[in-house]
Design a protein around this ligand. Sequence first.
Ligand code: FAD
Length: 471
Amino acid sequence: MILDLDTNNTDDFKNSVFDFCIVGAGAAGITLALQLQKAGFKIALCEAGGIDYSIPSQDPYKGNVIGDPYFTLEGSRLRYFGGSTNHWAGWCRPFSSVDFSRGYLGEEYQWPITEKELNSHLDEASEILEIANDFEYGSHLTDQIKKIKIQFSPPVRFSKKFKSAIDNSKNIVLFLNSNLFDLAGDANRISSATFKSYTGNILNITAGKFILAMGGIENSRFLLWFREKYGDKFFSASTPVGNYWMEHPHFTLGQAIVEYPIGNTRFYSLTGKAQIQKGILGCSFRFDLQPEGSTEAMVREVSCLAPKLGKKLSDLAEKNLICGVRFRASWEQAPTYSNQIKLSDSLDAFGIPRVNLYWKKEPLDRLTLTESVNAFSRWVTQENLGRIRLKSWIVNDLDYPANDELAGNHHMGGTRMASTPKFGVVDKNCKVFGSQNLYIAGSSVFTTSGSNNPTLPIVQLSLRLAQHLMA
Ligand SMILES: Cc1cc2nc3c(=O)[nH]c(=O)nc-3n(C[C@H](O)[C@H](O)[C@H](O)COP(=O)(O)OP(=O)(O)OC[C@H]3O[C@@H](n4cnc5c(N)ncnc54)[C@H](O)[C@@H]3O)c2cc1C
């Protein structure tokens, strides 16, 4: 059933007791609701926005970014039914094995769950996102370099794909235009949550368990706000809420002319072994084919600098055996305490503080990039697979350019999963430390960010959380 708190009467639910109240109907919240309803549980799925975009529903996403150049916070996510899957691009890849063996960088890098525990949900998550569960090319190219596979979702728009399943469900009530506003309860247990609509209508939901699935910034924002209002009444007040926020830096590194076999593969990274040896994180390289004509221009340039090589490349170009590509990277950012979400002094229309996002790339982030680029370029040159021309900011170790891709709109960390409250906000079952019935879903629980896109693991983690909640 779908009800709109702005226009429908919700009095029938005044005395209802739901098994679960899920706040936020994006990829995480919708996946969770659909799983839990299969087991017959009664679910209130409370979504801040309507079926479509609206200015009042988007407005609470405005905030400030302090630090490195980044997108506007309201432009980097969507606040209505389906969440940011209404504009995601569909790139999918799961975490790699090495992401679960980052102990060499410190205790705070260690996930409290294994790759196997997460990947037992990979088949089902792939089915939801309409991709093949096929991410491996098999053997590595060398013990340093490997090809990586990305799968592309159509991309699935959760709002369109699952609206009628939710509407026809006997167990889910989706409340639209319902903005989380307050909590009530006692002794580390929430008994009810209050939601407000844009016209001021109020909805109180009583439930056994509450799950925040409001996205990779709002999950932190609301925990920070409830902590400020209620101290440790509902959950531990001494965890790093909002800290260790992460993105995936995305930059163009240069141009290359490469042989077709490597140009065709498009995605590469260093092997886990190489990352551990170098003490770095994950970095993915991507070759984007250049428009026609640019290959010849690049060959001409090489011919001026190295006539012999230029002649060889020119012969290959005539036979269409080489291609000109843009050489790009997106990589894993170190979880850093000072990269964080904080409450600002400015309030949204509901009187809730907006966020300040403090975000900077750190020395380990740069080291990950330069070590990975060096190893990859060396391999291309040694194997005579082509030539890479890097931009001067990377060759001369200058500041990152401000007019590039910058990042991926991937909001991760802030309520991260850890085995101790020292390094995280939720335990391995996504339960908030110090709470008896509050859980978090979404990429805010990522312990580390990997160099993969976040939505596939978000769906995997929601399936895993559903399994735990149903047990
Ligand atoms: C342009 C763009 C391209 C992207 N491309 C990719 C890609 O190719 N691959 C990839 O893996 N990822 C991509 N992403 C990221 C991806 O979209 C997100 O990781 C994913 O959608 C997050 O899902 P979620 O359910 O955790 O959060 P969200 O989608 O943010 O959902 C949160 C939901 O909570 C609701 N909500 C928020 N506040 C409240 C409140 N106070 N009360 C009630 N409800 C609330 C919101 O309205 C929203 O519906 C992209 C993102 C952008 C912006």
